[in-house]
Write a protein that binds this ligand. Structure first.
Ligand SMILES: [Ca+2]
Ligand SMILES: [Ca+2]
Ligand SMILES: [Ca+2]
Length: 510
């Protein structure tokens, strides 16, 4: 009877168990013999079959367990010890809910919230089993942290129990006793400026957690925790341009940006242009910070970190739970990328070998000239069958254009830009205004007017890249949103002699 309840759902199953055992059962023999009984049932009537061990733990992975209250274990009819649950009065009964339930609670802490490069940072995880009856066994905790150059280098792990495997980012703990805790301290060397986040969540456990589910990424649950630390970002006083902070997570919105704790008016997008030193932070109703507060982006003037690059985009990545993989990055060169201007005033000219390009709308001798830029990276080395977390296209200011055309000072005019996906193939050395391929506005990216005439651009092209990977890689086209005079946005191309100025594409994936 117990072994093969007829039911419509697991939910009703639980109710049936509850009622039955409160009032009726004296003893239950469990249970291979019931399996053969089940097989005799007409199959069209059997909606579910659940086998229980003598301790009322369901044998399958469904964990539809019940608890025996007041009952004891006894010999079964074959004399086998502890094989039967024995009820000897009406105060013995089963209740819904498991003797096999735990309540894991995970907290992540940083020891120092403001750090320095080359310092050893330390994160502590505390995993508590808040259930006071049952052991949590074979617990695994996943840790999402950036232990890779140029961010930080893993140093050592100090678990109070179990082992931490830095390759899988899993902390495995054999047992956490009722009410007990296990701790894991992770040490790492910090290499680069910026705020760095570490997240952790219970990955798996043998028992059922009463109020949380392993690996469901729900940040409101008690088996998930996040912490962070900030390392100052040093910038040169003389050339403090082109920094952008990008919150790379579309689920974080209604952002309020603050500088030195004071709200910056009219800045609510996920990208903030930073033009002066200071401590930048943000608030969002959708972003759960560590209890000590989200870590700010601290920009200070000083000697630029040699591990660092200039300029930088500072990205709080759409935090997803995965085993950390360093981003795939292409820094454009002759072999791995193509880029070129096309110009309406000379519609058969090709500019594929210039070291600069510029979306442009200006009159020349009274005639409007419109220029657009095409870019295509070789994505063949991007690992196959990965999930794209984010992709950032970085374009650097085109000083070499200003050098040969000094009537321009830099980005000029109302130069709102659009990046779109190209729909058919083209080649750097043959593309012209007359043969330029069409583009689609699907998932196009709009970039606000430059805040600094020589700024570089870090552009979130995540959705465009996903579209490219699902179709064909014909690259991106970048143009001014409104192609009327007078505006220009000079960029460097992959032909730039200085590799630091070449377009680059950084892809985060797992
Ligand atoms: Ca829990
Ligand atoms: Ca969870
Ligand atoms: Ca080129």
């Amino acid at each position: 009877m117990l072994a093969c309840l007829l039911q419509n759902s697991k939910y009703s199953h639980n109710i049936i168990i509850n009622k039955m055992f409160k009032f009726t059962l004296i003893s239950i023999i469990v249970l291979s013999s019931f399996n053969s009984f089940c097989k005799m049932l007409p199959s069209e009537r059997l909606k579910g079959s659940y086998s229980f061990k003598s301790m009322a733990n369901e044998v399958s992975l469904s964990k539809l367990d019940v608890q025996a209250i007041g009952a004891t274990l006894s010999n079964d009819r074959f004399g086998k010890a502890n094989s039967v649950t024995y009820f000897n009065n009406i105060s013995n009964y089963f209740v819904q809910g498991s003797s096999d339930t735990v309540d894991l609670n995970l907290k992540a802490f940083n020891i120092d919230f403001k750090t320095t490069s080359e310092a050893i940072g330390q994160v502590k995880l505390i995993l508590k089993n808040e259930n006071l009856q049952n052991n949590a066994t074979n617990v695994k905790v996943g840790v999402n942290a950036i232990f890779s150059q140029p961010f930080s280098i893993f140093q050592m792990s100090l678990p109070s129990s179990g082992t931490f495997d830095v390759n899988s980012n899993l902390w495995t703990i054999p047992i956490v006793l009722p009410g007990d805790s296990a701790t894991l301290v992770l040490n790492y060397k910090i290499l680069n400026g910026g705020p760095w986040y570490l997240e952790a969540e219970v990955y798996s456990v043998d028992q059922k957690d009463s109020d949380s589910t392993p690996m469901n990424f729900l940040k409101s649950e008690d088996d998930y925790s996040r912490t962070c630390f900030s390392n100052p970002i040093f910038v040169s006083n003389s050339n403090f341009v082109g920094r952008q902070i990008i919150i790379e997570d579309s689920s974080i919105n209604n952002i309020i940006w603050k500088k030195d704790g004071i709200v910056i008016p009219n800045q609510n997008s996920n990208t903030l242009n930073v033009t002066t030193a200071g401590t930048y932070s943000f608030e969002s109703p959708n972003f759960i910070c560590p209890s000590q507060g989200c870590c700010p982006f601290i920009f200070e003037t000083g000697v630029i970190d040699p591990n660092c690059c200039e300029p930088l985009e500072y990205i709080l990545k759409g935090i997803v739970f995965h085993n950390t993989i360093a981003p795939f990055e292409i820094i454009g060169n002759d072999a791995n990328m193509e880029d070129s201007d096309v110009a309406s005033i000379v519609p058969d000219n090709n500019y594929g070998q210039n070291d600069h390009m510029d979306p442009y709308a200006w009159t020349q001798n009274g005639i409007l000239n419109i220029k657009r830029n095409y870019l295509k990276f070789d994505l063949s080395y991007l690992p196959q069958n990965v999930i794209i977390d984010s992709a950032v296209l970085t374009l650097f200011f085109g000083q070499s254009l200003i050098d040969i055309a000094p009537m321009f000072t830099g980005h000029e005019g109302d130069n709102v830009l659009e990046v779109e996906r190209v729909l058919s193939n083209w080649s750097e050395n043959t593309i012209t205004w007359n043969n330029m391929p069409n583009v689609t506005s699907t998932n196009k990216v709009v970039i606000p007017k430059a805040s600094n005439p020589k700024q570089n651009y870090s552009i979130n092209v995540t959705n465009l890249l996903k579209d490219i990977l699902e179709t064909n890689n014909y690259g991106f086209m970048i143009k001014h949103q409104v192609e009327t005079p007078y505006k220009i946005t000079p960029f460097s191309t992959s032909e730039s002699l200085d590799p630091n100025l070449r377009p680059r594409l950084k892809v985060y994936y797992h």
